[in-house]
Design a protein around this ligand. Structure first.
Ligand code: SF4
Length: 363
């Protein structure tokens, strides 16, 4: 009797379980090679995902606490000084508004509440104000709290750490060599230093990338390895959302399969990290959205900073239908236990409108 040979992608899973990454050449094959079939690749990425996170999907809800008015020139961002996108600009929301939105996020099942502020970085005074809000949210709601507020020095990080901040986000976004085509007002080194400052003060760094900004596959591989080297435990993988008026526009490379290959490569290079299928999920993955859950164990619901996304209902249905489990929070789980029934038959259109209008016999 002969034993069927293992699919070649199985070697990636075995190595990921030992904490070893594929080589850079293998990563390029994963992204572009016609010899690496998509479904076996997703299965290989699922094996370390399942080992470290089971079938759970962590849910993040963003609060765009301050929008626009930014002096920086990140080309992908509709809040930058160079963007002509038609967005509403506003200074920092009131504490009451931020806390009301935190309550909404908790009730909607967020594992993490992510507050995001536009701008180069917070002053000490602003940092102390944010620290007060973080303390209150953590006291009131059973959610982790994340913050993205630009560049950070150790002095700021210490204040945020003392308030109990769980994570600080600052994306590397792309490779060092591609970076100057995307942003010139702060450097790659500034970004790395921010992540190191957070980590040194005991805050988990969160950092990821944006794919589809004119980079090559080797840039995507480079940033995956840079995140591994920095031991980043939370990696949002964004797919550029084309916003009219932004300097950096969709480069036309993103197909659902490309997005899935990027997620799988990111999982295999960073097997223990929380890999998040982030901005652009709905628009770029489209009908293949649920397949992202094989490599990724985390996502956003209710949209992104300046663009809409799927609602919590639609997203949770996708998670359950694919055989995964929402890893929400205790407040949400209590509500779920008292009102089950999320697996109902559904069609587009109003409740009870199953018959086509031209078939229905009018009463
Ligand atoms: S990403 Fe942040 S720093 Fe860059 S332009 Fe947008 S708001 Fe400003």
């Amino acid at each position: 009797m002969t034993t069927a040979p293992l699919d070649p992608t199985h070697r990636f899973a075995e190595r990921a379980l030992r904490g070893e990454a594929p080589s850079e050449t293998e990563c390029l094959e994963i992204l572009d090679g016609p010899d690496v079939a998509l479904l076996p690749l997703l299965h290989a990425a699922f094996i370390p995902r399942e080992r470290h996170f089971g079938r759970k999907v962590m849910v993040h809800i963003l609060n765009n606490v301050q929008n626009g008015l930014c002096p920086e020139d990140c080309g992908y961002c509709s809040q930058s000084r160079d963007s002509e996108a038609a967005i509403r600009k506003y200074a920092m929301k009131s504490d009451e508004e931020i806390l009301a939105e935190a309550e909404h996020a908790a009730r909607a099942g967020a594992t993490r509440y992510c507050m995001v502020l536009s701008g180069r970085g917070p002053t000490i005074e602003r940092t102390k104000k944010l620290a007060g809000i973080i303390r209150t949210v953590k006291d009131r709601y059973p959610m982790e709290v994340c913050l993205s507020a630009g560049l950070l020095e150790e002095e700021h990080a210490r204040i945020l750490a003392a308030a109990g901040l769980d994570r600080f986000n600052h994306n590397l976004n792309t490779s060092e060599s591609h970076y100057e085509k995307i942003c010139t007002t702060h450097t790659y080194a500034d970004r790395v230093r921010t992540l190191q400052a957070a980590k040194k003060c005991g805050i988990e760094p969160c950092s990821g990338l944006i794919v589809g900004m004119g980079e090559e596959s080797r840039d995507v591989v480079e940033v995956a390895f840079r995140l591994r080297e920095l031991e980043v435990p939370s990696i949002p993988v964004n797919f550029l959302i084309p916003i009219e008026g932004n300097p950096v526009v969709d480069d036309g490379t993103l197909t659902p399969e490309r997005c899935l290959r990027v997620l799988a490569m990111m999982r295999l290079v960073n097997p223990t990290a929380e890999i998040r299928v982030a901005g652009g999920r709905e628009g770029h993955l489209r009908a293949l959205g649920a397949l992202a859950l094989w490599p990724a164990n985390s996502l956003f619901v209710e949209g992104y900073l300046t663009t809409r996304g799927d609602t919590e209902d639609a997203t949770y249905r996708m998670i359950r239908d694919a055989g995964f489990e929402v890893d929400g929070n205790s407040l949400y789980e209590e509500a779920e236990a008292s009102a089950p029934g999320k697996t109902r038959f559904r069609l587009a259109g109003g409740e009870g409108e199953i018959l086509k209008p031209d078939i229905r016999r009018d009463a």
